[in-house]
Write a protein that binds this ligand. Structure first.
Ligand code: NAI
Length: 249
């Protein structure tokens, strides 16, 4: 018997990068997986094929997590296809970087909508089922930036910091219902998101990281896999740093 046999996981932004690794890690433990994504159908379908090769059920769900109607329809459809969600990994996220003085209202709002309100509302959609079933795992993907701040990322830092506050609040509210709520805070990980960062900045990141390199998506997925496992039942409201020692909170 695998650790997450017959559980149903929803991973937002599961079509690539960290989310894709998380989908694969959860499927390796026997969980069926709903792969949410924003726009690239082919990528999402490719991930589903890889998940099915592991012997689990997997479907792709195109939905903008910043849109409440789309979230509602997605969760309803998952319910029909796979059953109630028992593991939610709020992984999807975006950046729109600029110094605060030059940041537009639209850039601020877009990041807050996708990176903070979106994860909160997807969680809102699935929490009732978790409560009814008396078991659940919620993981928020925050960031080192939500803890330390970062030049040019006021919108992103506020959203990711907000997720930490939400983690601690929700953890208290649902702890007696068999549900844990935790956050994973990656440092700099090799994905499409960091591919946009100038090489000289990444060199500085490597210098500032005790482990001396960027992280890999699988290294984040392993932390998520642990938090979702039955053995992590006594860990809640926690932020797990996976950052090569760059920030030790
Ligand atoms: P990525 O850019 O490679 O992938 C993001 C995923 O989110 C994609 O699947 C995309 O389709 C999805 N997505 C974006 N907007 C969406 C929306 N409105 N609705 C539904 N899905 C949407 O990103 P990466 O690097 O894999 O990051 C994943 C998470 O980890 C994000 O929350 C990011 O903020 C966080 N993170 C990443 C770090 C890094 O160094 N790559 C560092 C710290 C945190």
């Amino acid at each position: 018997m695998k650790l997450l046999e017959n559980k149903v996981s929803l991973v937002t932004g599961g079509s690539r990068g960290i989310g894709r690794s998380i989908c694969l890690a959860l499927a390796s433990e026997g969980s069926h997986v709903a792969v949410n994504y924003a726009s690239h159908d082919a990528q999402a379908n490719e991930v589903c094929a890889m998940l099915r090769d592991k012997g689990v059920k997997a479907f792709a769900y195109r939905a903008n997590i910043a849109n409440d109607d789309e979230n509602h329809r997605m969760v309803e459809q998952i319910h029909k296809d796979l059953g109630p969600v028992s593991i939610l990994v709020n992984n999807a996220g975006i950046t729109r970087d600029r110094t605060f003085v030059k940041m537009t209202y639209e850039m601020w709002k877009e990041v807050l909508d996708v990176d903070l309100t979106g994860p909160a509302m997807v969680t809102h959609e699935v929490l009732k089922d978790m409560i009814d079933n008396g078991w659940g795992r919620v993981v928020f993907m925050t960031s080192i930036v939500g803890q330390t701040g970062n030049f040019g990322q006021s919108n992103y830092a506020v959203a990711k910091g907000g997720l930490i506050a939400l983690t601690r609040t929700l953890a208290r509210e649902v702890a007696r219902k068999g549900i844990t709520v935790n956050a994973v805070a990656p440092g700099f990980i090799e994905t499409d998101m960091t591919a946009e960062v100038p090489p000289q900045v990444l060199d500085k990141v490597r210098e500032a990281t005790p482990v001396g390199r960027l992280g890999k998506p699988d290294e984040i997925a392993d932390a998520v896999r642990f938090l979702c496992s039955p053995g992590a039942a006594y860990i809640t409201g926690e932020v797990i740093n996976v950052n090569g020692g760059m920030y030790m909170g």
